[in-house]
Design a protein around this ligand. Structure first.
Ligand code: ATP
Length: 208
């Protein structure tokens, strides 16, 4: 497959959605793995059946849909159970992702993976774009967007990988400390680079 799939990651409130929207304005397809993760556990999907077998009927709500809040609480404090859930979900998400990517006809696309480092999915991508902001700004933006206090925002941040871990896997970094207009400019430059990279790659594939 010659499509170049670039993973886009960053901590909560770092600007992944804003970056994705900016690439989309250049016609770049943006696949969100959070959306795929929700689709694979919809009623009738095999993953939901497996989750019920592993975690019991308590993880379904009255309508037979996955009770995410309950499940999150169950796996939060238990690494073994979290791994069990991931072993069910990750192969299905990857399968759904591959299917989605196979239908894309542009030279490259973005795949938003918020917990790229935490899940080890960084191994699946040949190029990784990290959107990075200092924690204070992250907290400020999350507070403004989600109407939460600093303590709640900090608690979510503490559950995620830190900036150093994310930056360690980055091929490209967007420092999202400026205005949204500056973000657009940075994305426009990256878009040209990714197009050149993807087209160069295609030529190499054709020669092989
Ligand atoms: P999450 O991890 O929660 O999905 P995210 O990484 O997708 O968050 P965004 O929703 O894109 O982050 O950005 C967080 C908030 O910060 C939003 O309200 C967004 O409009 C705002 N924001 C993002 N970038 C900038 C910027 N450069 N200047 C001002 N505000 C920004």
């Amino acid at each position: 497959m010659s499509l170049l799939a670039i993973a886009l990651t960053g901590g909560i409130g770092s600007g992944k959605t804003a970056v994705g929207q900016a690439f989309a304005r250049h016609g770049v397809p943006v696949v969100d793995t959070d959306v795929l993760a929700r689709e694979v556990v919809e009623p009738g999907q095999p993953a939901l059946r497996e989750i019920v077998e592993a975690f019991g009927g308590e993880c379904l709500d009255a309508a037979g849909a996955l009770d995410r809040v309950y499940l999150r609480r169950v796996v939060f404090a238990d690494a073994g159970r979290r791994q069990c859930l991931e072993a069910i979900l990750h192969p299905r998400i990857l399968q759904a992702l591959r299917r989605r990517l196979a239908a894309i006809e542009t030279p490259y696309c973005l795949v938003v993976v918020p917990l790229l480092v935490e899940t080890g999915l960084d191994q699946q991508f040949e190029r990784i774009l990290v959107v990075d902001v200092p924690e204070e700004l992250q907290i400020e933006r999350v507070m403004a967007r989600d109407r939460v206090d600093a303590e709640q925002a900090r608690r979510i941040l503490d559950q995620q990988a830190g900036r150093v871990q994310r930056l360690a896997v980055a091929d490209d970094v967007i420092e999202n400390t400026g205005t949204l207009a500056e973000l657009e400019d940075r994305v426009a430059v990256l878009h040209q680079q990714y197009l050149a990279l993807a087209i160069g790659r295609r030529c190499a594939f054709q020669r092989d």
